[in-house]
Design a binder for this molecule. Structure first.
Ligand code: SAM
Ligand code: SF4
Length: 326
């Protein structure tokens, strides 16, 4: 059954966060001291997350991405993923990770039935990486990428949050990975989750990323698949991986939006940049699958046509991507 919203967009994708916690502290995502500890009870149990996933798939969601915080730091994640993978009707199960624990977990994740990994990686320079992530070890992430391929995964997609003056000098190095390692790389525009003064100075439009690459190489456009979501994809000649831009701030993004989000505390969102959230806890504690399905359907129907960052009518409250899951 196809699930569509009132703007005739096909909604087939759920981003499900399993934790707010993380073993890194990326500058653009969370404060140096980490997110506030919410206590064990506020975080949904795996049974509750499973019920949300089953209800969403029953409605027409075909792809689930597990995210966080850092999903690999939550105890029991591999068993949970194996249960998700077994949901009838779920066609794609993916995981987004910072890759720090991937070297030791890749085989288990593959055996659990995860089909694709996205790894966030914002610099190929160890020192810059350490600064952006406030302490992350690049060598571990690179070892994790290799371990994923050795375990049987296709080369993970690499997500780079591109920030002016911080990592824009590495655009061509990242583009080169699509040839040398076969990874697809996607440049994500920095989103002002926390509205620090002068956030605009970090913004680096996706079109400018393409322009930098085109100064050096020809780029051909690539067709998007059913689950591609809001990236525009290109390819260098002879590359097996693609290059994508996600123009969340500057460009076409909302018209292709295919997703809803649920946080690890059970807050559902139809739009990342809207303050509208729906608390799913009343339908989980105690579990009421019928009302849960109905409310998820309402969230899809209430998805706004788009956000207004570019138009300057930017009114959402501060939030941490680690709480929402990116
Ligand atoms: N910890 C995992 C990771 O880093 O991949 C999963 C969670 S993280 C919140 C999901 C994605 O959100 C990452 O690719 C991250 O780069 C992106 N993200 C976080 N804050 C962002 C921001 N302010 N602007 C753009 N992307 C952001
Ligand atoms: Fe952690 Fe991912 Fe946020 Fe970085 S982007 S702080 S790795 S949750």
């Amino acid at each position: 059954m196809a699930l569509t919203d009132t703007f005739n967009r096909r909604i087939n994708y759920l981003r499900l966060s399993v934790t707010d916690r993380c073993n890194m502290r990326c500058l653009y995502c969370m404060p140096a001291e980490g997110v506030q500890d919410v206590g064990h009870d506020a975080v949904l149990s795996y049974e509750e997350l499973q019920l949300i996933a089953e209800s969403a798939v029953g409605l027409g969601i075909e792809k689930i991405r597990i995210t966080g915080g850092e999903p690999t730091v939550r105890a029991g994640i591999v068993d949970f993923l194996a249960k998700l993978a077994a949901i009838p009707g779920l066609r794609h199960l993916a995981l987004t990770t910072n890759g720090l624990l991937l070297e030791q977990m890749a085989s288990d994740l593959y055996r659990a039935g995860v089909q694709r990994l996205n790894v966030s990686l914002d610099s190929l320079d160890p020192q810059a990486f350490r600064e952006i992530t406030r302490g992350g070890d690049l060598a571990k992430v690179l070892a994790g990428l290799d371990a994923a391929v050795a375990a049987g995964f296709p080369p993970p997609k690499i997500n780079i949050v591109i920030m002016r003056g911080i990592n824009d000098a590495e655009i061509l190095d990242f583009a080169e990975l699509t040839r040398s390692r076969g990874n697809s790389v996607r440049f994500i525009e920095y989103m002002p989750a926390v509205k620090d003064d002068g956030w605009q100075r970090l913004c680096f439009p996706g079109e400018e990323v393409l322009q930098r690459i085109r100064e050096q190489y020809p780029l051909e456009a690539v067709d998007k698949g059913t689950f591609a979501g809001p990236s525009q994809d290109y390819r260098l000649p002879g590359a097996t991986g693609s290059i994508g831009i996600i123009t969340a701030v500057s460009g076409h993004f909302c018209s292709d939006c295919n997703r809803i989000r649920v946080t690890s505390r059970g807050q559902a969102k139809g739009c990342l940049f809207s303050d509208e959230t729906t608390d799913l806890n009343p339908f989980l504690r105690p579990p009421d699958p019928e009302r849960l399905t109905k409310v998820l359907q309402e969230i899809v129907q209430a998805k706004p046509e788009g956000h207004a960052i570019r138009r300057g009518e930017y009114t959402h409250s501060n939030f941490s991507m680690a709480q929402i899951g990116g």
